[in-house]
Design a protein around this ligand. Structure first.
Ligand code: Z5A
Length: 216
């Protein structure tokens, strides 16, 4: 796999990805690595944020088709990669991304198994060999993750799908993670400080070994 500074966080809702993206950012900046950006999928550019809104919204009198959803996710992903991520990587930035292709493998295959072939074809055609050099999977039990986000407030279209759906999503993640290179899993059902401690330890080990950053 080609070495790059593209790092992805994956996990179901309430696993703590958004917070941990900023935690990685902080770890890097504490170590004088200041060329870092955080982005999310779907989203991350003006066009991608518009696509995100369509994906997440519940639209009265119209229902998004499962294939439309997949195509929108890839449209947003490619837009973000080509117009932002690659440019920043080229300028020697670290790019920390909240979700990437494994999300589609986990969510859209849980929504409809027969779309696996389409997803694989789109991955091959559109992403080619462009992969994150590190993926951190935050593994939370669906009951815990859903409880965290229900405390937070109103649920969106996908969040409303319920425990059975998220149990399938998690199963897909665990299956994919086993096959994915350069990945580590963190038990994200634990208390926040404990999760941070585990991430810090593994991330710093990775930086020292993969990037030979010794001063960390
Ligand atoms: N989606 C898809 O279907 N296919 C795809 O290919 C892609 C995405 C790329 C994006 O919405 C939606 O798109 C998502 C999947 C779908 N749908 N859903 N549902 P999003 O960005 O709004 O959703 P999200 O990515 O899951 O974000 P989230 O719900 O905010 O979860 P999070 O980022 O993992 O967690 P967080 O925001 O950091 O924390 C959530 C809350 O839990 C917050 O109040 C924290 O303080 C709390 N938290 C976090 N960790 C802990 C611990 N350890 N203990 C206690 N409380 C905690």
């Amino acid at each position: 796999m080609k070495k790059n500074k593209f790092i992805v966080l994956e996990g179901i809702e309430g696993s703590g990805k958004s917070e941990m993206c900023f935690y990685l950012y902080k770890i890097l900046s504490k170590n004088n690595i200041n060329k870092v950006i955080c982005v999310r999928q779907p989203g991350g550019t003006i066009i991608c944020e518009k696509i995100r809104k369509i994906i997440k919204e519940e639209i009265k009198d119209d229902k998004i088709d499962k294939k439309t959803e997949i195509l929108l996710l890839y449209a947003s992903r490619i837009q973000l990669i080509e117009n932002k991520i690659k440019l920043y990587l080229k300028n020697d930035y670290w790019v920390i991304c909240d979700r990437h292709n494994l999300s589609t493998m986990a969510y859209q295959i849980a929504a409809e198994k027969k779309n696996k072939t389409l997803i694989k074809k789109l991955t091959k055609m559109l992403l080619k060999n462009f992969n994150p050099y590190l993926t951190i999977y935050l593994d939370v039990l669906p009951v815990i993750g859903l409880n965290r986000i229900s405390i937070r407030g109103k649920l969106d279209r996908i969040e409303k799908k319920g425990i059975n759906f998220f149990t399938k999503v998690r199963k897909n993640y665990l299956r994919q993670i086993k096959k994915a290179p350069n990945t580590f899993t963190i038990n994200a059902s634990l208390e926040k400080q404990e999760v941070k401690k585990k991430i810090k330890k593994k991330f710093i080990f990775w930086l020292k070994n993969e990037w030979k950053i010794n001063e960390i």
